[in-house]
Design a protein around this ligand. Structure first.
Ligand code: HEC
Length: 145
């Protein structure tokens, strides 16, 4: 009985998180200034300190052409890590904690709504028309772990 109650509580707790995944792209574009020191986006974007982020939502990790990823990121990509609204939110909250060994030297974005806005902005940069639609069900799905 206790574990059922706990499960119900977890599902209820996850629901608002999924709702927050729908952020405001305009606000996200402003927050992206924190990222643009290292990441370029848009037409003609090039890898800088960090890889180009066009189309990152729905993309397998560590697959930007010609970018030299850390061993940690490359291994996660090979292991099947895909950037969805959910995995992006976790990574951006605290990159080094979520992925020990990443060379993304960024302290993280602590406010859930700021992360949601940023991800909404990143979704507007997808190259493939369907990537955002594919990422959405993953974000809405109940937590696996
Ligand atoms: C100080 C430079 C720096 C800043 C600032 C920075 N990043 Fe990064 N980012 C990197 C580097 C370097 C990598 C490659 C990490 C690795 O290989 O471990 C990376 C990787 C990533 C990836 C994985 C991309 C892929 O192709 O798998 C995402 C997503 C990402 N960053 C998003 C962001 C967002 C969003 C922000 C702003 C909130 C941000 N980064 C800020 C340097 C930075």
């Amino acid at each position: 009985m206790t574990s059922k109650t706990l499960l119900a509580a977890l599902i209820l707790a996850a629901a608002p998180l999924a709702a927050q995944a729908e952020g405001d792209p305009a606000a996200g574009e402003k927050s992206f200034r924190k990222c643009s020191a290292c990441h370029q986006v848009g037409e003609g974007a090039k890898n800088k300190v960090g890889p180009v982020l066009n189309g990152v939502v729905g993309r397998a990790a560590a697959t930007a052409p010609e970018f030299k990823y850390s061993k940690a990121m490359a291994e996660q990509g090979e292991a099947g890590l895909v950037w969805t609204a959910e995995t992006l939110a976790e990574f951006i909250e605290n990159p080094k904690k979520w992925m020990p060994g990443t060379k993304m030297a960024f302290p993280g974005i602590k406010k859930p709504e700021d992360r949601a806005d940023l991800i909404a902005y990143l979704e507007t940069l997808s190259d493939g028309a369907d990537t955002a639609a594919e990422a959405a069900p993953a974000a809405a799905a109940p937590a696996e772990g």
